[in-house]
Design a protein around this ligand. Structure first.
Ligand code: NAD
Ligand code: ZN
Length: 377
């Protein structure tokens, strides 16, 4: 390959500052160093966490950066010491790594690899090491991935090799949203057969949580959103009941409590709003109800009355659906290929990388579930 060992000049959508449109730029992508892999990005989804960093995160140290963390691509070259990857392999970048050696990777109870950017740098949402420069300046790699770029460089602990026949413009969704929501239901909540569930927020993450509740055998799944246009889609993934909190003059937890004779067995917050997190907890039944925080936010405290937990409810959170990333993503690709999980149904729009700002606006205005950006051929 003509590019091996050389700096690659290519296109990327650079976020120079918060609250501003991304700018298509030519960036320089350095060759992979020890243990690193340079990947040609083929397709990427746009996730709300990209929007969170751009519009909601309220800090400037995480800029300039290249956003995008829900991608799939092909290995262009590998650095020294890389094992298990070769040029041409199909891969999914992982925003949560799995080094396999830290205390957390060795423990079956968690997927929180200690070497992931998220264990130290969650405020800036990037790993300080980046192989990108633009206009003479270093550019951060958002969530260690940066898939809004023709090429990216990632440590091998944060890359999953997947089967050769996987369609990259679909399975890219397993790099974040779908694995996250689905795993939050089946792993973190541990939804049980016959149970009653409620999912708050029906973006791709919430819809994937609905799919997880359904696959785990839930008998009733309440889909809760303030945008009723999402209800039709929730039905596709197995939701049985639809609730718009704005249609009632009492709290949604009371509405759900009345319909379910005391509250749901499992609730999942897939919005990233602390008031909704509280509602989701309050919607659970006392004694055994489990509520899972999936939505991402780090700007305000949350609150709830202690009696909510004293009464026997469990409140927990989930990063990447509790999946040990490197081990699980190839299996999730397999589950899609065998029809066990849906992916196609999440995709409402296909665009080019140049249209990334349009894709961001679609999500901001609630007009899409997932837009796939086709990056390179
Ligand atoms: P999205 O913007 O597509 O969907 C959010 C949905 O929430 C929308 O349908 C919106 O109408 C709905 N909503 C907004 N306010 C609401 C309210 N008050 N009550 C009920 N519904 C409301 O976003 P997404 O890409 O599906 O992501 C959802 C959340 O998950 C985000 O916070 C994102 O950052 C987070 N996330 C977390 C992880 C993780 O590992 N924990 C991974 C990926 C995404
Ligand atoms: Zn995401």
């Amino acid at each position: 390959m003509a590019t091996v060992g050389k700096v690659i000049k290519c296109r990327a959508a650079v976020a120079w500052e918060p609250n501003a449109p991304l700018v298509m730029e030519e960036i320089e992508v350095a060759p992979p160093e020890e243990g690193e892999i340079r990947i040609k990005v083929v397709a990427t989804g746009v996730c709300h966490t990209d929007l969170y960093h751009l519009f909601e995160g309220q800090q400037t140290r995480g800029f300039p950066t290249v956003l995008g963390h829900e991608g799939a691509g092909v290995v262009e070259s590998v650095g020294p010491g890389v094992t298990g990857f070769k040029p041409g392999d199909k891969v999914i970048p992982l925003f949560l790594s799995q080094c396999g050696e830290c205390r957390f990777c060795k423990c079956p109870k968690t997927n929180l690899c200690d070497r992931s950017w998220s264990s130290k740098y969650y405020d800036v949402m990037s790993d300080p090491t980046s192989r990108f420069t633009c206009r003479g300046q270093p550019i951060l790699q958002f969530m260690g991935t940066s898939t809004f770029s023709d090429y990216t460089v990632i440590n091998q602990i944060a890359v999953a090799k997947i089967r050769d026949d996987a369609p990259l413009d679909r399975v890219c969704l397993l790099g974040c949203g779908i694995a996250t929501g689905y795993g939050a239901a089946v792993n973190t909540a541990g939804v049980t057969p016959g149970s009653v569930c409620a999912v708050f927020g029906l973006g791709a993450v919430g819809l994937a949580a609905v799919m997880g509740c359904k696959n785990a055998g839930a008998s009733r799944i309440f889909a809760v959103d303030i945008n009723e246009q999402k209800f039709e889609m929730a039905k596709v993934f197995g939701a049985t009941d639809f609730v718009n909190p704005k249609s009632y003059n009492k709290p949604v937890s009371e509405v759900l409590g009345e319909i379910t004779n005391g509250g749901v067995d499992f609730s999942l917050e897939c919005v990233g709003n602390t008031a909704v997190m509280r509602s989701a907890l309050e919607s659970c039944v006392k004694g055994w109800g489990v509520s899972v925080l999936v939505g991402w936010t780090d700007v305000t405290d949350f609150s709830a009355r202690p009696i909510q937990l004293i009464s026997g409810k469990t409140w927990k959170g989930s990063l990447f659906g509790g999946f040990k990333s490197k081990d699980s993503v190839p299996g999730l690709v397999q589950d899609y290929m065998s029809g066990k999980i849906k992916l196609d149904e999440f995709i409402t729009h296909n665009m080019s990388l140049e249209q990334v700002n349009d894709a961001i606006n679609l999500m901001k205005t609630g007009k899409c579930i997932r837009t796939i950006l086709n990056v390179s051929k």
